[in-house]
Design a protein around this ligand. Sequence first.
Ligand SMILES: [Zn+2]
Length: 285
Amino acid sequence: MCKNSDSFKCDLCGSNSYIIKNKFNMRLSLTDTPYNLVQCKKCSLIRLYPLPEPEAFENIYENYSSKNKRLNVEKIRLKKVYPLKLKKLKQYSKGKRLLDIGAGLGTFVYAAKKEGFDASGVEYDKNQCEKSKELWNVDLISGMIEDHYKKLGKFDVITLHHVLEHVYSPDHILDIVYKLLNKQGVCLIEVPNQFFNINKEIRLIFGRDFKKTKNNLHHLTFFSVKTLKNYIDKDRFETLELNQFRSPNYEGSFLKCKVRIMYRTIINCFELSGGDHIELYIRKL
Ligand SMILES: [Zn+2]
């Protein structure tokens, strides 16, 4: 069923027409909530609608920094994910001034500093800023990028790890990224791919996913490769590289790893590409 609403305005294309995606509502246990997942009829972007007031999901962010699981994930990313990203950023970027927007526990800023970048980060959650200092001796700028960007100067590299799915307007944040970057500056974006990858579909068949999904209410946008690509204004940015990958924090036993490698090989053979994460490297023109 297609609906038109004066209050619905697609962040990506500005259209007012949307379709309610019941299939995705069910996966996120949104059936008893006032929220729906809706798809823009014009550009196919999936978003939560209506967008919750900040107070409605503030309790989800409470204790975000103290969750052990989060720190474990960060430690795995520090070891297995960030080195490769930093290597690529070094190849793509001429300069070393780096800003991590939504820096969380400051782990990426710490890793970037170690690799010789003049790195800083902005994080709105005060608790995470404190943790960053405690864990890595990294001082983050506390607050929203919207409030700080005018006084930060220009950067050669900007990174956004799992940020765009949380913000009210990804379009607005990308506008700020454009303003903050030097000419030829590089931006790395990573977002989850929650609904448009074959891995998830297969795990769903076996009922292994979307069981504890209430946390997903704090995601406001659900990207696909197509919609993330469409966010990149081709007059302002060029795409350097787009990858999909499965997060290493799900790695299990040796046997499970073997099974997974076989499974990935089959998926790749049939070009059923897909991964839990999408990463995109772009350069300002
Ligand atoms: Zn749209």
